[in-house]
Ligand binder design. Structure first.
Ligand SMILES: Cc1cc2nc3c(=O)[nH]c(=O)nc-3n(C[C@H](O)[C@H](O)[C@H](O)COP(=O)(O)O)c2cc1C
Length: 227
């Protein structure tokens, strides 16, 4: 802790106690029979349960990418659809994540539903979805979000907040009383899973972990991992 300057009042005591923060998980168990043979179907079941439990931001997932220099990045995005086996999210194709995916389509998605003591980790290959699908979703958004997609050069350095406000007003004027088109630089990615791991917290850190991996014939194989 030494060497950190300008610490807020009370920070020392809080930081000292971090090591003592822990939860004992005991809500549920997970076994090989319950997960079945289709991890996407089982993901859907857990997603429904998370929704029924009224978790906030139930579709928020951490997306990890790797750039052309093998440097990893992670950020939260929203799951907006499950098309067959593909996990779909929307973003700016010119953003940092868009550039990472163009250089390396291997990505990881991670859900943490803490109230259910569950984590799902999905490794897969990301690719742009069909333009018509992106159009369809884009046009279902409120106008503010559509103009926002035109306004923000996502992940670029900008001089100040005013730039965004000015660009927003400019596009608002440009598209007044018109159908706002989807910018080419904005759309969806679908992640085709190659492995999916379900984690259920258990007592004494002996959690249940069931991993599905797709083999060369495209068949899901399941295995249990040590916690
Ligand atoms: C709850 C939450 C949901 C988000 N959903 C999205 C999303 O669906 N799409 C998106 O591009 N960014 C989303 N963001 C913002 C991203 O986390 C990130 O800041 C942004 O996409 C830029 O990432 P990048 O510079 O790594 O490309 C969300 C952030 C939070 C906290």
């Amino acid at each position: 802790m030494a060497g950190i300057k300008n610490r807020p009042v009370g920070a020392d005591a809080v930081l000292k106690d971090i090591a003592d923060i822990r939860t004992e998980y005991q809500m549920a168990a997970l076994d090989e029979v319950t997960v079945g043979d289709d991890p996407v179907a089982f993901f859907t079941q857990w997603f429904i349960e998370a929704q029924k439990a009224e978790l906030s931001e139930v579709n928020a997932m951490t997306l990890a990418t790797v750039n052309a220099d093998n440097i990893p990045h992670a950020r939260v995005v929203l799951l907006k659809g499950l098309e067959g086996e593909e996990f779909v999210f929307y973003t700016n194709y010119d953003s940092a994540k868009g550039r990472d995916i163009a250089a390396n389509p291997n990505v990881c998605l991670m859900f943490f539903w803490k109230e259910l003591e569950r984590q799902v980790r999905i490794q897969g290959i990301a690719g742009k979805i069909a333009a018509e699908k992106s159009d369809e979703y884009f046009h279902s958004r409120p106008d503010g979000g559509k103009i926002g997609a035109w306004t923000s050069p996502q992940s670029s350095v900008i001089p100040d907040r005013n730039v965004l406000d000015e660009r927003y007003l400019q596009y608002e004027k440009e598209f007044a009383n018109k159908r706002i088109p989807r910018p080419e630089h904005w759309g969806g990615y679908g992640v085709k899973p190659v492995s999916i791991e379900f984690w259920q917290g258990r007592i004494s850190r002996l959690h249940d972990r069931i991993l599905f991996k797709k083999n060369e014939e495209g068949v899901w194989k399941k295995m249990r991992l040590a916690p």
